[in-house]
Design a protein around this ligand. Structure first.
Ligand code: NI
Length: 169
């Protein structure tokens, strides 16, 4: 397994729309293992293939405290959404940046597992946020797209400042 480099905003490759996965082979299993390793190494709770510059509809998540509930979704599609929630989100492509985003409270998602079998996942609360956030990445969308332009400008300025500080430290 290997830890893959994560693209950081504003890398234009984060705007790529991912293609459906059609081949469920050993290479896909290896890629998903690498995605998990990359996510865990970065202390993230979710990661989409887009973020490691692979433009296939693959996402991984693990919201558990002990990091032992890996969830991999291939070709995920939302079947149903219900309610709404505001949750403070972060993203491995925006290190150190957090913002409140409003999303559905519950989602019912149809996807495929690593062998191509259809699975249906119902998620609520933080896991529902995570799945919606990662699915957005696969469509080239990032969480700051939901903010007002003023709020987004302020956050991105802060991100820029953090980067400059990190570079000069
Ligand atoms: Ni993200």
């Amino acid at each position: 397994m290997s830890v893959l480099p994560i693209l950081e905003f504003p890398d234009p490759r984060l705007r790529t729309r991912a293609e459906p996965v059609r081949v469920f082979d050993a290479k896909l299993k290896q890629f998903v293992a690498d995605l998990f390793e990359t996510m865990y190494a970065a202390n993230g709770v979710g990661l989409a293939a887009t973020q490691v510059d692979v433009h296939q509809r693959v996402l991984v998540a693990d919201m558990s405290d002990d990091r032992k509930q890996p969830l991999a979704l291939i070709n995920a599609q939302i079947l149903e959404k219900e309610g709404s929630q505001v949750y403070q989100e972060g993203c491995l492509s925006f290190p150190g940046l957090y913002a409140d985003v409003t999303r559905a409270l519950k989602v019912k998602v149809k996807a495929q597992d690593l062998d191509g079998n259809e699975i249906v996942v119902e998620a609520e609360g933080p896991l529902a946020v995570c799945i919606q956030h990662e699915m957005d990445h696969l469509d080239g969308k990032v969480f700051v797209d939901y903010l007002s332009s003023l709020k987004r400008a302020l956050l991105l300025k802060r991100l820029d400042k953090q980067r400059k500080q990190a570079a000069s430290a």
